[in-house]
Design a protein around this ligand. Structure first.
Ligand code: FUB
Length: 363
């Protein structure tokens, strides 16, 4: 997570204050909003899915024949930007759904709030969801009362929630951006981690160091990697140790910290295509979405290329899934606000070449 002032935000017109409420509502998607383009900026590839609230970090899934989206719910908390990301002070999640791509978006209201998580302190960041054995699981990172990011899990009998949080965080979890992937053999894994404000650098060596530098190592040393763990049968715990998800270059060498156009930063996502595992992630300070592939869900993964060029805003966060014979990528930018901490989710088609490689999207 970028923690300081916007770098790439173009000066598109503000579209009015987004008002947040807890009610269920419907909004039309991809509605063109008439506005004069006085900036000469290029038209974005797609339009925000919702305009009455700010949303980011969309994890999308098909549940019960509909597309459910579990985004962060950005708010203007009035907290000045700082290097620890205090201004990303989100308090709850709003769960969204739509029947099809391009259809109406239903806002199911608050699915989980910080106040209802017994161990939480502040900052409800990018979530993900999963379904197993008749139960829906919402995975979320939030700072505990000691201001350390941990991962929690909450459950519901319906994908729209509301979700009830477990009384304690997932033992052994840390940092941010959980993405839970269930393989074709039924085994589920959580992929997670994020640098800088996501605190991953505080966990080098496997132990928490509150005095670690606030940024990552630099230079010709191995980059910090995302983490992964197998999920327990009840999907509420890790089943085994947390492992590093090693990403190597075409020569099989681990990516270096200095290689910031390719190294992992945050926002990991896993999907499987034609028997191969695709781990995609944000490169943070170089503003790219990139991917690496492997023959196993545990890696090592080999870097392959860029999925998405920089969006408007500092960075984006995504999910990739098949819907009715096509693949889609959900992501965010800052088209509605021009502010890095007030984002809006979007979706566009993801296309591949015959060899399975992903075509680069210019958003
Ligand atoms: O929304 C808060 C953080 O911003 C997420 O956890 C990161 O992935 C970045 O999108």
């Amino acid at each position: 997570m970028k923690l300081t002032a916007p770098v790439l935000a173009a000066s598109l017109a503000l579209l009015g204050a987004c008002q947040s409420n807890n009610s269920t509502s419907e909004t039309a998607t991809n509605v063109a909003v008439p506005q004069a383009d006085t900036t000469g900026a290029k038209k974005p590839l797609s339009e925000p899915l919702v305009r009455d609230i700010y949303t980011a970090d969309p994890s999308a899934h098909v549940f019960e024949g509909k597309i459910y989206i579990y985004p962060s719910h950005d708010i203007e908390a009035g907290i000045p930007e700082n290097d620890k990301g205090d201004h990303f002070a989100m308090n709850d999640y709003r769960i969204l759904s739509m029947d099809s791509i391009g259809g109406k978006v239903t806002d199911h209201g608050v699915g989980l709030a910080v106040k209802d998580i017994p161990w939480a302190g502040r900052q409800l960041w990018a979530p993900d969801a999963a379904f197993k054995n008749g139960t829906y699981y919402l995975y979320f990172p939030v700072k505990d009362k000691q201001d350390v990011f941990r991962m929690g899990v909450a459950t519901s009998k319906t994908p729209a929630g509301p979700f009830k949080a477990e009384p304690t965080p997932i033992a052994g979890s840390f940092s941010i951006d959980p993405a839970v992937f269930t393989d074709t053999d039924g085994t589920s894994y959580m992929y997670f981690g994020g640098l800088w404000g996501g605190q991953l650098q505080r966990w080098q060596g496997g132990k928490y160091n509150p005095n670690a530098a606030e940024k990552e190592p630099s230079g010709n040393v191995p980059a910090l990697n995302a983490r992964m763990a197998k999920m327990s049968a009840d999907m509420k715990q890790f089943d085994g140790p947390v492992k590093e998800l090693v990403i190597v270059d075409e020569a099989g060498k681990p990516l270096l910290a200095s290689d910031n156009k390719r190294r992992f930063f945050e926002g990991g996502w896993m999907h499987k295509y034609n028997g191969k595992y695709y781990f995609s992630y944000s490169t943070g300070d170089t503003h790219l979405l990139v991917y690496a592939t492997s023959d196993t869900p545990t890696g090592p993964f080999t870097y392959k290329g860029v999925i998405m060029e920089p969006v408007q805003g500092w960075t984006t966060h995504h999910s990739i899934l098949p819907i009715k014979n096509k693949w889609y990528i959900f992501y965010h930018d800052t088209q509605l606000s021009g502010k890095t901490w007030l984002r809006n989710i979007k979706v566009t088609e993801l296309k591949r070449n015959a060899d399975g490689s992903i075509q680069t999207i210019v958003p």
